[in-house]
Structures are given as C-alpha cells and as structure tokens.
Design a binder for this molecule. Sequence first.
Ligand SMILES: [Zn+2]
Ligand SMILES: [Zn+2]
Length: 390
Amino acid sequence: MSESSIKSARERVQWLLENQCRIPIRSTTPISFYYKTSDNLIEEADHFYKTNQFEQSFILYSRYITLFVEELKQHHPDFLNVSVNDRERVKEIIRTKAFPRAEELKSKLIDKYAQDYGDQQVHSRENFIKPKSPFLLRQKSTNEHGEDKVKISAPGLGHAPTNTHHEQVRANYVQIPAVETMENHLVQTNQESIKPTYDRWQKPITNSLSNGMGSFRRMTVPNDITTKFLQVAQRNTDRSIETCGILAGYRKDNQQYVITHIVVPKQSGGPDSCNTEKEEEMVEYISTHNLITLGWIHTHPTQTAFLSSVDLHTHLPYQMLIEEAIAIVISPKFHETAIFSLTSNTGIPIISTCRKTGFHEHANNPPLYVISSHTTYDIGLQCKIVDLRA
Ligand SMILES: [Zn+2]
Ligand SMILES: [Zn+2]
C-alpha cells in the first residue's frame, strides 16, 4: 500500500474524529443525563461492531470516549461531583471495551480507506479531495453528479486538535494488540439528499430507513402528539411564545423506538426561542420512569415548521447520543407538523464544528437537515404529557 494512500486514510479517520465524535455539552443539563443516556451509545456501538459496520461502530465508541475523557471533563461544572460508582463504571467500559475496540476499528478503517484510495486512483484520474467524509464517498458511488457536488467545507475547530485524544486514552488505560485486516465492507446507502419539506398535520411518513449513517431503527410517534402538545402550549401560543418539551419513550424489540411521553420542563420562551429551566426535574422524571430521551418538540407560534440555526444546535446532542432522535416542530399558524433529523454527512459535521451562538447562517447545500424518514405515526398509541411547569 502506498504512502499516499495510508496518509489519505489516516486523514479520513481524523476527519471522523473531528467532525462526528464530539457531543456538545450544555452545562445546564444535569451531568446524570449524559451518564445515563450514553449507555445507549455503547449498546449501539456494540450492535454495529457485531454486525461488522465498522465505521458506525468506530464513531460511536469514539463519541463515548470523547464525551467522558474530554468534553464533560472540560465543559461540565459537575464533572467532579459524579458518584464514584458512575465514574468507575464508565472508566471500566472505556478501558475494557470502548478504547480497545475504537483502536481496533481505527486500524481496520485505515486499511479500508487506503484500499478505497488505491481503487479510486485506479478508476479515476481525479485528485482525491480532502477533507473527505467517508459518507461522501458512499454518496458518490451512488450519485452520478460526481464528488464535487457533495464536497463540503470543514469549518475550523474551536477545540484543541483531537489527534492526540486516543493516544491520551491509550496512555491512561491500555495497550492494544495488532488487528487482522478488514473483511467486511461498510454499509452502502443509495438514498439521495432530500430537501426539507413539511408534513401537513401528521400526514404519515413511512419512507425507508437510512439517513446516510446506515440503518436506523424506526421511531414510532403517537398519532395524537400534535393535538396534545398544542393543548399544553395553547396559553403560550396565544401570546406568540414558543413552547418546548422532551420526547421520551423506550426501545422495543430491537427494531424500533416508541415515543410515549412528552415531558414539559419549566421554561421561558419568546416568539422564536425557548429556554429550559430546572432540567434536573425532567431528567429525574425520565430516569425514575425508566424512559429514554428520544428527541424534542417545540412550537413555532408565528412561523412555519423548520429548524432554525439555534434549533439545529439544540438538536445535535440528542442525535449524537441516539442516532434516531428526532426534532418535532409544530406551526399552529400554518397548520404544519414536521419531524426532522440532521443529515449525518453534512448536518452533524457542520453543526458540531460550528462555534457560533444565537441565530446565524450555515451553508445549507447539501441540506443540514431533512424530514426524518424513519418515523411512523401510530394511531393506537397515546401520548402522555408530563407538565413540570406548574
Ligand atoms: Zn424552532
Ligand atoms: Zn452554527
């Protein structure tokens, strides 16, 4: 294998670490939320590992490691107050599983990417463009328009470079044995980009799975979710104030998530914003009822249903912790309900490396978010509203 192919492969892995693996931390979210929700990352990483979906698995193990080794440590005020049990449990998972597997997968991916690079050199005289997302390569393989059409920019990173973080963990935890070569190919996707459009009042969405990240579990949404949420939002809506809530539910038979609750936290809102308060009450409710957080819902009292730049940043951590997590936006004025997900190939890397706050512009071509294709409304399911504002 040539030196240039190895170099290119290492750059692709580095791109993943910098663009797909940092879960942004909100200091107002109780740290227990991250400890609890991150269990899902490991379960999903294990699932992808066992099914030989190495790239996805690598991303999720790396998210887990980065979350605890860097992000929470650096950005959450309660990091030092975490219970010894939680701290030791996470340390053990990183030491015995997340880190060794991430290292193993990294080697496999470098072999795979180097092979891709060699193949590409043979089949094309085009220069290899960097930084390169592996997802883009997949799109290219199914897209006749060529790679330039899906090339994305890589915004500067606000954090310190990540190329040392695995090495830090290695130093702190374990030594990794050599690995065999990769035998399995990455999951292919043939889904083309979908422009965000709106779903008029709960028209069922039953599109096929996949959002560029491989297979998604289905997300089942109670059919009465819009009606119920509009009822609790009514007082705010009348005054043109947004209302937000958290979607909670459970994972059913390994194939789907089911939303069963909306937990409405104490909050303060305006015409185009909503800030949660006392999030610990919400986290406590979700935890004591053995629910998991599956996304969020909010109203746009004066506007159509879309995700603003602030909404995109709000949504990112939900989807990085659970790939299937969704953002539901309801516009009572325009009679729209839409369910959105960030695109894995552009939305996640661009938003996770954007350091701007407040309302701001993002490049949006290819789209940063799309109508979620993995959701289904269930008319037999009733949504329970838990209103913590009283
Ligand atoms: Zn919004
Ligand atoms: Zn941004």
